[in-house]
Design a protein around this ligand. Structure first.
Ligand code: HEM
Length: 401
């Protein structure tokens, strides 16, 4: 029997508090569920594991809807501002063939082997953060442990020199937060990257910027806006997501004492903590919305042409058809690798190896060197906590601190 749904239930404060109940109902509905999003657009939600995979691989579901709209015309680059041009070239919002070309150019910098090179550097950063936390006693899981990791790792990967790191972090914060300063930061950041590119052209090294400059020089393979768009996307896609994963991993361990004990006894379980945190509470609830390019039959129903499609990773990763006891956090579960927290198909997260490496190292170092880490608030208080705004108050050291 089809369930009843409020028309904008997905954004309702009660559903925000417990979205999984909503996704359970969507999954059992026997068809995609129509919602009206905050912009007033029609938005079809899909939440079953197999159905979300169908959506991610569907040839008639994608981003560049203007190509399919009869009579529509894409603005030429000279008709757009620099900020709009850069946004229009983001890998994550392109379809084939442009997506295929760009992804092919940059993917070699993000393989497991390529990012493994960064392991000693990340381990050193993690050691410094953990040592500082130990000295402080009072620790904010967001500001002191998670937040500094991804932005510094991306800077290191790209090849931003130590002396420019604080400027890089400031632009990153403005761009990532989507604040009013975002467009100005995009322009300044673009000018900075032009300068860094010029330096690498003159004196190549082994960083990502050197690789990108080499591609740019091979003629019409990667243009300047695409280069800036890519580095900007690494920040937008890689900063908050990784912070979210690290903080939620810590929170989930500290609220599941037996599993926290197991990881302290055997820190090699850190990799399992990464995967189960991704499944149970991944950083991405719904992948960036797509459009149906024509009427599409999917998930046992039909989505009309040009409507938006919302593929829920949170729904897919709690599907009882795939995961035993899906609403239980269990780092020992054997089926965890079936999660799709990094998406699937052509847009599968480019930074997945890097995010896994960073968070695994952090969990390992915390388990080894902060074994007395604990929450500084009642776990019940965390229910209403917004980790990014409120932080995650923690303690280390003697109990009477
Ligand atoms: C794409 C999740 C970290 C770079 C994606 C997608 C997801 C995702 C679900 C697919 C979006 C879609 O299908 O539309 C995550 C999670 C992360 C994480 C959960 C951390 C735990 C990172 C990092 C980087 C990164 C660290 C880079 C430094 C990208 C890029 C794309 C992407 C460039 C676009 C790929 C494409 O369109 O081909 N990510 N991400 N991500 N991610 Fe990540």
């Amino acid at each position: 029997m089809a369930a009843e749904f409020g028309i904008s239930e997905l954004w309702d404060p009660t559903v925000r508090r417990d979205p999984h109940g909503f996704y359970d109902r969507v999954r059992n509905n026997g068809g995609p569920v129509l919602q009206i999003d905050p912009t007033g657009a029609r938005f079809w939600v899909i939440a079953g594991h197999a159905d979300v995979l169908d959506g991610l691989h569907h040839p008639a579901i994608g981003h560049e809807v203007h190509r399919h709209w009869p009579g529509s015309r894409q603005p030429a680059p000279h008709e757009l501002s620099e900020v709009a041009r850069i946004e229009a070239r983001q890998l994550i919002s392109l379809d084939p063939p442009d997506h295929t070309r760009l992804r092919g150019l940059v993917s070699s910098g993000f393989t497991a082997r390529a990012v493994a090179r960064l392991e000693p550097w990340i381990a050193d950063l993690a050691d410094r953060l953990v040592a500082r936390a130990r000295r402080q006693g009072h620790v904010d899981g967001v500001a002191d442990l998670a937040d500094p990791v991804p932005v510094n790792v991306i800077a290191e990967l790209v090849g931003v020199p130590e002396s420019d790191r604080s400027r890089f972090r400031a632009w990153s914060a403005a761009i990532v937060s989507g604040s009013v300063d975002g467009p100005a930061a995009t322009l300044e950041f673009g000018a900075y990257l032009d300068d860094l590119a010029a330096r690498r052209r003159a004196a190549p090294t082994d960083d990502l910027m050197t690789q990108l400059v080499a591609l740019e020089e091979q003629g019409d393979r990667l243009d300047r806006d695409e280069l800036v768009a890519l580095v900007q996307l690494l920040l937008v896609a890689g900063q908050e997501t990784t912070v979210d994963l690290i903080v939620n991993g810590i929170r989930l361990l500290l609220t599941h004492p037996e599993q926290w004990q197991a990881v302290r006894d055997d820190p090699t379980l850190a990799a399992a903590v990464v995967e189960e945190t991704l499944r149970f509470r991944g950083p991405v609830e719904i992948v960036p919305p797509r459009f149906a390019f024509r009427d599409v039959e999917i998930a046992g129903g039909r989505i009309p042409a040009f409507d938006r499609v919302g593929l829920s990773l949170w729904g897919a990763n709690r599907d009882p058809a795939v995961f035993d006891r899906p609403h239980v956090f269990d780092i020992h579960r054997p089926d965890v690798r079936k999660h799709i927290a990094f998406g699937h198909g052509i847009h599968f997260c480019l930074g997945a190896h890097l995010a896994r490496l960073e968070s695994r190292i952090m969990f390992e170092r915390i388990a080894r060197n902060l074994p007395d880490l604990r929450l500084a608030v009642d776990p019940a208080e965390l229910e209403g906590f917004r980790l990014h705004q409120d932080g995650l108050p923690l303690r280390v050291g003697p109990r009477d601190l």
